[in-house]
Design a protein around this ligand. Structure first.
Ligand SMILES: Nc1nc2c(ncn2[C@@H]2O[C@H](COP(=O)(O)OP(=O)(O)OP(=O)(O)O)[C@@H](O)[C@H]2O)c(=O)[nH]1
Length: 497
């Protein structure tokens, strides 16, 4: 039973090891996946916050420029364009530019584009805005809304600038010129330099029509078509959100009062760089751990298998020894020549049966047989023939062991006893007669026996009701006495006591 159950222990051990490996694998892979999601979420939050901050910054900058222009246009409208008023206005413009770091210049041009005042207080004669995009825009658009454009080059300093401009109308509503504030690109880039977008990330200020005002750093161009060919601000490129690659983390924020939005894009690869390194360590750790558990598990199952085999072998040896012992004890109880129970066995069994019978007050009979003239048989046919004769007689009598407790045993020499518990005198004599007849029917030749064949004499000893005081010797003595009588009676007959 134990041996049959043990293979399931090996199976359980294997299932346990496999489960540990599986759980480890799931736990580590889940952790790797979860940290990746967290890293991406964090990067998304960063781009979101950055785009909000940049949008707020741009909004404030353009609003400041716009409100400065509105107040200057009010003054121009109120004071008129006489030279003294224009000189005062120009001085005010210069102060504004000095005080406001985001504004690098202020210019008012007439309906032909010719400058009439400028914050740099340069001679206006010969200076014009008529070739500028913003001038053409206001000339052709009646709207008084603020127009932002760029990047373009400052005609005086060659610096890159964005222009914030408004149309000036004459009293009749016709085009009367433009007011423009320039914002140096450096103002934005100085602010954008506070943010780290990595090697491939970018921050962009884009007009709703797709025109890119600023892309920073200029060489980075995530989500920008043709970015690789325009590593500076001099070429106008167009933003196409459809070009944002899936591997980028992006956020877009629109300005509230201007048709402009901010786009921030970070490289997912860069955002996940630390995660990748950690993931590699985790996966290698997992492999090492599962290998260790597997090796340990294999050793464990192997150990269990060896123990089971050893135990199985031990059990087999035990069974073998037990069967040998049984065989030995059987041999110790058997007579070698006839195969019948021997004297020792008979002594043990008769004691047991008498004890059993005494409790029930049953009768007990014992038949003692002795081969007639056996000495002369031996003398005539030889000792080996005598042995064979005894074997034949024993085989014939053994069939008489019909009931539980009956026992045929070789008592000694050519004497055989038949123990018959719970058998009364009448039945015992009947059995003895049957035996004698059986042996006669064997017709073993015996020249010196008056009948010419081997015969036996039987003495039947009977205890009618077994008493506590009755011993084996008592009934053996009775049978022996009866046998003596049978022999005296001429042999080949039965006597009972
Ligand atoms: N062949 C053989 N002979 C045995 C064996 N055991 C006893 N004998 C012989 O049996 C003979 C018994 O002879 P006795 O006891 O003198 O009696 P008997 O010749 O049988 O004469 P009665 O018993 O008076 O008929 C002896 O000669 C024993 O040697 C045995 O195992 N094998």
């Amino acid at each position: 039973m134990l041996i049959q159950e043990r293979p399931s222990v090996i199976l359980l051990a294997k299932i346990f090891v496999a489960s540990v490996c599986f759980i480890l694998m799931i736990a580590v892979l889940w952790n790797v996946w979860w940290t990746r999601q967290e890293q991406l979420k964090e990067a998304s939050a960063v781009t979101f916050n950055m785009s909000r901050v940049l949008a707020q910054h741009a909004e404030d900058t353009f609003k400041e420029a716009n409100s400065v222009m509105i107040s200057l246009m009010e003054i121009l409208d109120h004071d008129g364009k006489d030279p003294a008023a224009l000189i005062r206005l120009e001085r005010l413009m210069a102060v504004q530019v000095r005080e406001l770091s985001q504004i690098s210049g202020l210019v008012i041009a007439d309906r032909n584009g010719d400058w009439i005042v400028n914050s740099a207080q340069l001679p206006n004669a010969g200076r014009t805005s008529k070739n500028r995009t913003y001038f053409a825009f206001h000339q052709s658009h009646e709207s008084l809304r603020t127009y932002i454009n760029g990047p373009t080059t400052n005609g005086e300093t060659s610096d890159l600038i964005l222009t914030v401009s408004r149309r000036i109308n004459l009293a009749d509503g016709s085009f009367g010129g433009v007011m423009v504030a320039t914002i140096d690109l450096k103002y934005f880039t100085a602010f954008y330099n506070n943010f780290d977008v990595g090697k491939d990330g970018t921050m962009m200020l884009v007009m709703d029509n797709g025109g890119v005002l600023i892309r920073h750093p200029p060489a980075n161009g995530i989500g920008l078509q043709g970015a690789g060919t325009a590593p500076d601000y001099t070429t106008q490129t167009y933003f196409d959100s459809g070009q944002i690659q899936p591997a980028k983390i992006t956020s877009i924020h629109h300005l509230v009062d201007f048709p402009i939005f901010v786009a921030v894009a970070l490289s997912a690869d860069e955002a996940l760089a630390d995660w990748k390194t950690a993931a590699i360590y985790h996966v290698f750790g997992l492999l090492a751990l599962t290998s260790l558990v597997t090796v340990f598990g294999m050793k464990l199952t192997n150990e269990i298998r060896l123990r089971i085999e050893a135990e199985k072998k031990g059990n087999e040896e035990k069974l073998h020894i037990e069967s040998l012992n049984r065989m030995l004890s059987e041999l110790a109880m058997r007579d070698e020549l006839t195969g019948l129970a021997n004297r020792r066995c008979f002594n043990e069994e008769i004691l047991k049966e008498l004890r059993r019978t005494v409790r029930k007050h049953e009768p007990f009979s014992l038949i003692m047989l002795d081969v007639d003239h056996f000495k002369s048989y031996n003398d005539t046919y030889g000792h080996l023939a005598g042995d064979e004769c005894l074997r034949k007689i024993a085989a014939a009598i053994r069939s008489m062991e019909s009931r539980q407790g009956d026992l045929v045993a070789r008592y000694g020499g050519e004497e055989i006893v038949i123990m018959l518990p719970n058998c009364d005198r009448e039945n015992a004599i009947k059995i003895a007669e049957e035996i004698l007849q059986k042996i006669r029917l064997l017709k073993i030749p015996h020249a010196t026996n008056p009948l010419g064949i081997v015969t036996v004499s039987a003495g039947v000893g009977v205890l009618e009701s077994v008493e506590q005081s009755d011993s084996p010797n008592k009934i053996i003595a009775k049978a022996d006495k009866a046998l003596y009588l049978a022999k005296s009676d001429g042999r080949n007959c039965i006597a009972a006591c």
